[in-house]
Write a protein of this length. Structure first.
Lengths: 112, 112
């Protein structure tokens, strides 16, 4: 059974650019959630996908968007990058959120 | 006021002592509660979940839940240097459509 994998591990982008982050969920998990974690803070909920549909969204602007594919893998897209978007982006998969999440190793995004 | 609050710490305990980590939450109707451990530079790892009032023990870890007081805690007995990490409290808040909302974490240092 494979865990949650994210790519890339690190990324440096320029302000105004666009970025796509990828996540493969744990085998059997049909729910993927994305979180943003700034240094010294807890993860902040961006959105969740369940069976290819968005199933909840946190307080993030529309330039944060996502997709989930039939194999339950997922993408997070961020347009018009801002300096404050620099953070660790975490993908978490679950069968049901009642039992908690399995997190991937994260993508460290730096916007310069 | 944050929806999930933790003592920011840092918390320092000697090896072999009991470490006590606390968390309060705003939504009285919440049903699922979690503790995650996050080592520096790594992603969160689920270590405990609790759903009913009272204590739940797993090895050296005990989670305690008091829904009337909207309070959840984690006790680590016989603390080891390897327990040094940031501990994140997460609550599935009804106000967040049941999605996990995280506190900002408490950093624990166990001194040999």
């Amino acid at each position: 059974e494979t865990g949650v994998t994210q790519s890339p591990t690190h990324l440096i982008k320029t302000r105004g650019q666009q970025v796509t982050l990828r996540c493969s969920s744990q085998s059997g998990h049909n729910t993927v959630s994305w979180y943003q974690q700034a240094l010294g803070q807890g993860p902040q909920f961006i959105f969740q996908y369940y069976r290819e549909e968005e199933n909840g969204r946190g307080n993030f602007p529309p330039r944060f968007s996502g997709l989930q594919f039939p194999n339950y893998s997922s993408e997070l897209n961020v347009n018009a990058l801002e300096l404050d978007d620099s953070a660790l982006y975490l993908c978490a998969s679950s069968l049901t959120e009642r039992y908690g999440y399995t997190f991937g190793s994260g993508t460290r995004l730096t916007v310069v | 006021q944050k929806e999930v609050e933790q003592n920011s710490g840092p918390l320092s305990v000697p090896e072999g002592a009991i470490a006590s980590l606390n968390c309060t939450y705003s939504d009285r109707g919440s049903q699922s509660f979690f503790w995650y451990r996050q080592y520096s530079g790594k992603s969160p790892e689920l270590i405990m979940s609790i759903y009913s009032n009272g204590d739940k023990e797993d090895g050296r870890f005990t989670a305690q839940l008091n829904k009337a007081s909207q309070y959840v805690s984690l006790l680590i007995r016989d603390s080891q240097p390897s327990d040094s990490a940031t501990y994140l409290c997460a609550v599935n808040l009804n106000t967040n459509a049941g999605k996990s909302t995280f506190g900002d974490g408490t950093t624990l240092t166990v001194k040999p």
